[in-house]
Design a protein around this ligand. Structure first.
Ligand SMILES: [Zn+2]
Length: 404
């Protein structure tokens, strides 16, 4: 498994941060630096058709080494790292045989990775951890996923007696800015189903995510000199506050977990004349999700009856959907992943994602794609770390899924 860690380090040192303010794909040209290296390495591993397209999507095939006609499976990971934290000059550090205490990431800056803040670190006593030096993110999200897929491919190259089905590999740009699935050519990829290796802790298996919409609500007031405002002024900011008070106070992100949804106020701006507020609406269950949208529309109707037509205007835009609907008809692909984990001695942790994934988008584009752990923790920041043993388990799980 020396190669696994070496690969991960090689990839993590290449800065591939994506940029939400860029309109191009890839959003940053530096993502090609890693992509080109990966194409070379895929070819060295015998995946002769490996190539990167002009938008920085890599695709490659490891053909089956048996005659049985079996579904083609894909493994997908993303090249980019989060725009939220620097990925320049990542300098990983190793903690061998972690003893369970604080880890000093950076002496000068006094940055400490502590189980007091991150109690799940205690699960990895005795493991070997890779951490940051406190000044960058680590990039285990999702370069661990890439390294794990590459190492599984190497296993099949070195063990030709192990029979496996046709494996498609896809590495995508710009996942962190929500565009990873945009230009993914499902047809060209040619897999019947796929897995993103983009989850966190050991055992994570995800095939449900939120249904998601956004709402922009505009409040039209009437500004008059306050000295002469009686029975004339309508203060749009107060209308906005009244509207918000009509929404369920407990169904907000800070009060919800698991399968509980929410309506989340994300932005407000306004003056007496006009105010605009924005919400995101999230729920795993379609009916509850529809109920949220209807509730907001009813609140708008109520306000308009009280204050006059078009005082309040709502625009709701759909964002993404729960992939569970697309995965239920092919639930065996989730079960196969569970079996593959159990074979590797990993207890599957099935969780509903409180967000979205590229896999959800791909599932609705015709490629059912649940998400499997890559092994890392504390993504998108300086406290990111990954146990090497979790990475090794991820490789085993990929191998178990692919072999016959
Ligand atoms: Zn990721």
């Amino acid at each position: 498994m020396k190669n696994l860690v070496e690969r991960f380090l090689r990839y993590s040192k290449i800065d591939t941060q994506s940029d939400p303010n860029s309109a191009t794909t890839p959003s940053t040209l530096k993502q090609f630096d890693l992509a080109k290296l990966l194409v070379e390495e895929l070819k060295e591993l015998g995946l002769e058709d490996a190539k990167v397209d002009k938008n920085c999507y890599i695709m490659a095939t490891l053909p089956a080494n048996c005659n049985e006609k079996l579904p083609v499976i894909g493994f997908i990971a993303h090249l980019d790292t989060s725009p939220d934290f620097s990925g320049v000059e990542v300098k990983p550090q190793f903690i061998e045989n972690y003893e369970g205490g604080d880890i000093l990431l950076n002496k000068e800056l006094n940055i400490v990775l502590s189980p007091n803040d991150f109690p799940e670190m205690k699960n990895y006593v005795g493991n070997d951890l890779i951490t940051t030096n406190g000044t960058t993110l680590l990039g285990a999200d999702d370069k661990a996923g890439i390294a794990e897929i590459m190492t599984a491919l190497e296993f099949f190259k070195k063990n030709p007696h192990v029979k496996h089905r046709t494996i498609k590999v896809g590495f995508t740009p710009d996942e962190e800015i929500g565009r990873g699935a945009d230009l993914f050519d499902v047809q060209a990829f040619g897999a019947d189903y796929a897995y993103t290796i983009d989850g966190g802790e050991l055992g994570e298996l995800e095939y449900e995510n939120f249904n998601a919409a956004g709402a922009l609500v505009t409040f039209n007031g009437r500004n008059i000199h306050p000295g002469f405002a009686k029975n004339k002024m309508v203060n749009s900011m107060l209308l906005a506050m009244e509207f918000n008070a009509l929404l369920p106070a407990n169904e907000r992100p800070e009060h919800t977990t698991g399968y509980e949804g929410f309506i989340h106020l994300t932005k407000m701006q306004g003056d007496v004349e006009q105010s605009k507020i924005q919400y995101i609406i999230r729920h795993h269950f379609e009916q509850n999700f529809e109920n949220y949208k209807q509730l907001m529309s009813l609140a708008v109707d109520f306000m308009n009856q009280k204050y006059g037509e078009d005082t309040v205007v709502i625009q709701i835009s759909e964002q993404y959907k729960n992939m569970r609907k697309m995965l239920e008809p092919v639930i065996e692909i989730v079960e196969n992943a569970e079996k593959a984990m159990l074979q590797a001695g990993v207890v599957p942790i099935k969780k509903a994602i409180r967000g979205g994934t590229d896999g959800a988008r791909l599932s609705f584009m015709g490629l059912p794609t649940p998400n499997i752990f890559g092994g890392g923790h504390n993504f998108h920041g300086k406290y990111e770390y990954i146990p090497i043993q979790s990475m090794q388990k991820a490789v085993e799980v990929i191998i178990n899924i692919a072999k016959i």
